[in-house]
Design a protein around this ligand. Sequence first.
Ligand SMILES: Nc1nc2c(c(=O)[nH]1)N[C@H]1C(S)=C(S)[C@@H](COP(=O)(O)O)O[C@H]1N2
Ligand SMILES: [Mo]
Length: 552
Amino acid sequence: MSTRRSASIWHGIALGLLSTFAGLAAAELITGLVRGASSPVLPVGQEIIDIVPPEVKDWAIDWFGTADKAVLILGTVLSLAVIGTLVGNLAVRGARSAAYAVTGVVGLIGVYAVTMRPASTFGKMLPPIVGTLVSIAVIWWLAPKATQSVAASDPSTGREPGADESARDEQVDATSAWIARRGFLQGATTIGALAVLVGGLGRVLKGRFDVDAERAALDLPDPVDTLPGVDATAPGTTIAESTDAAFAGTDFGIDGLTPYIVPNSDFYRIDTALSVPQVPVDSWRLRIHGMVDNEIELTFADLLDRPIIERDITLSCVSNRIGGDLVGNARWQGIRMKELLEEAGVQDGATQVVSRSIDGWSCGSPTSVITDGRDAMLAIAMNGEPLPPEHGYPVRLVVPGLYGYVSATKWVTEIELTRWEDFDGYWVPRGWAKEGPVKTMARIDRPRNGRDLALSDDGALDIAGLAWSVHRGVSKVEIELDESGEWRDCELAGVPSDDTWRQWRYRWTDFEPGDHRVTVRAYDGDGEPQPVGPKDVAPDGAEGYHSVRFSV
Ligand SMILES: Nc1nc2c(c(=O)[nH]1)N[C@H]1C(S)=C(S)[C@@H](COP(=O)(O)O)O[C@H]1N2
Ligand SMILES: [Mo]
């Protein structure tokens, strides 16, 4: 490759990357100025999430797990960078209009993605618009410098090859080449430095819109209706010797066993949001409308004026595999939905409660489930704190007994009563069942699969885990040791209601050292055994016995 050709490519790459990142930096600055605006990378990524076929999504989740969002954002940025280098090469080769055109089209895709998001405003379109204009300006300003610098890298430029060259001419050429190269280098450095500064400034300014500070200062009223105590007389119950009074009776406190209440920082998170919505309480409204006699609009203060209940409720994701950890139990505080819906006056035939979040996600739950007396609630607190932003601050839904994808709307702003057949929530057209009652399931936490299990102080082997059949309760848990065909009863920790998971344990004393295998199964409150399966998560939740191998 000639010097000139490779110089041209490198200049094109540098120019393109600079124009791309300067544009993204300018967009970032706008996000620090306009509330609700986001980097164009996010709405574009969001569109990709919404339009890719479910198989691709499953594949991405399989490969990247909960890092799938980071991978998507990185992929979008890398694609922009690749397009940028092509644009830069067009510009350096004199095809500047083509470079502008491609940049403009990329910008339009960004604007289009914003218009596809809910509540899109002109302000939210500013990041892609300003970003694109800045990218174009960078090309306009830097491309001529790049072209000159490329020309200067070619010793034959402007001269007949082999022509008579005086020493003086050589001198002049070297100087002007040096000036041309310096011109591009200085321009590029200036743009690069400005992009870093502007982007950084945007980041800092954007921090103003975070709800962390107001959340920390938020003082929630005490619940008027607190959790019932643990019924120690329930069959099979061992009152667990937890040291913490709040969890008395519910937690065996065994090493390696997930605690009865999962701390907020460890609670699983599943949603389609690429950036956590920041919803200040002052701007939050809940509209209850559709097939109701009285439309209701509530502010956060209105909500707090209503009686607040406190309940332990286990939340599970339909995508939780056998033995998986997309399930957790928390102590929620909130306002019961049933009474709220009674005030709104649900009309006959309104068989579906559709809830929508500020980011446009939606789901539908059967009205009969929400109003059958269970503690379906608009939750405002999780484990004694206002909801963490990633778990739905300031208000989310929690419905005991339904998988999250058909009930647990975070950042909820709208509840619409409609007919079951008139609307499908976000996941339904994407291949998931319209109804999602939580299936009975048991999990072994200790031992971990493939590990050694150490003896407890008294020489027994402690095998332990969790079982849930949310809203029906767990009445019995059994384990099978080494495919013996014999199922042994486990001890069950206490629970305040049927809406939570239950810790179980088995103390194995008559074991032989060596390799073992243990399998678990649970029965719901009606004595119904969990489905044998095995069945994968789609379309309505996994079924089957969890089993682990270990050595003693
Ligand atoms: N706004 C919004 N709410 C949502 C979702 C979502 O994607 N967006 N995902 C749902 C799903 S699939 C589950 S399992 C639960 C998870 O709640 P968590 O992240 O607090 O554990 O939230 C539900 N609520
Ligand atoms: Mo989920």
